[in-house]
Design a protein around this ligand. Structure first.
Ligand code: 13P
Length: 250
């Protein structure tokens, strides 16, 4: 599939930030997204803000930062994919490194969450990425390959699934891998998708995440097999997110 058939996707991740008073920023981000079509803009919100965010920014795809693998039941604190959808959400991040590390999420749990998203009508952005030590030992591609092997659902269509490569050492760090390293990892992930999903794997969008800013987004988004970016800190304000969205127009 040609790159043009994979519209660029710019995703914000507000992490545990934001109160209702901050939704004016989201409205402004939604307006930028509308102005920058066909670039697609989405923001993963804290759960209590999904419903008001979907109302505050109708032109924007709003989603969750995590979902529970089960549809419902005695899982205190859990939020199901169906609840996210009911609140106006359209997607969920699964397997973000902050959840893999601080909540003990295994690849098997991540796979179950991705499958739950598909089952209940959300698209999923499945996150993978290596720690600094693995990169230093030349093991980055092996580690990410293993994560994909164990966490990627074995069925799916390209539109439903995106994969975000977020090297853990680059998140919130102010530095990124080199463009050569990002391109190499995205090529590895693409090959993996094709082996796993067949031709459908060519339509899965691959995003880069980790210290993306308006200054580096253009170069990163210009790489082959980089179909979008996943943005933390710079997505919290329209002023810092807008240049990233604009960099996706090509
Ligand atoms: P930063 O853009 O703040 O580095 O965060 C990246 C990230 O974790 C997005 O999910």
């Amino acid at each position: 599939m040609s790159v043009s058939k994979r519209p660029k996707l710019v995703v914000g991740n507000w992490k545990m930030n934001g109160l209702r008073r901050d939704l004016a920023e989201l409205t402004a981000i939604g307006e930028i997204g509308t102005a920058c079509a066909p670039v697609q803009v989405a923001v993963a919100m804290p759960s209590p803000l999904i419903y008001p965010a979907a109302r505050a920014a109708p032109g924007l795809q709003v989603g969750a930062q995590d979902i529970h693998p089960e549809s419902g039941g005695a899982f205190t604190g859990g939020v199901s994919a169906a609840m996210v959808r009911d609140a106006g959400g359209g997607f969920a991040l699964v397997g973000h490194s902050e959840r893999r590390l601080s909540c003990g999420e295994t690849d098997a749990i991540v796979q179950a969450k991705a499958s739950a998203a598909r089952r209940d009508g959300l698209s999923a952005i499945l996150c993978v990425g290596e720690e600094a030590a693995a990169r230093g030992q030349g093991q980055a591609e092996t580690i990410v390959g293993r994560q994909l092997e164990a966490s990627l659902p074995s069925t799916g269509d390209g539109a439903w699934l995106s994969i975000a490569y977020e090297p853990i050492w680059a998140i919130g760090a102010g530095h990124t891998p080199t463009l050569v390293e990002i391109a190499a990892m995205h090529a590895v992930i693409r090959r993996h998708c094709v082996v796993r999903l067949g031709e459908v794997g060519r339509s899965v969008r691959l995003l880069y995440g980790g210290s993306v800013t308006g200054a580096n987004a253009g170069a990163i988004l210009g790489l082959a097999d980089v179909d979008g970016v996943l943005v933390g800190g710079a997505s919290l304000r329209a002023a810092t997110f807008a240049p990233i969205v604009r960099a996706a127009i090509r």
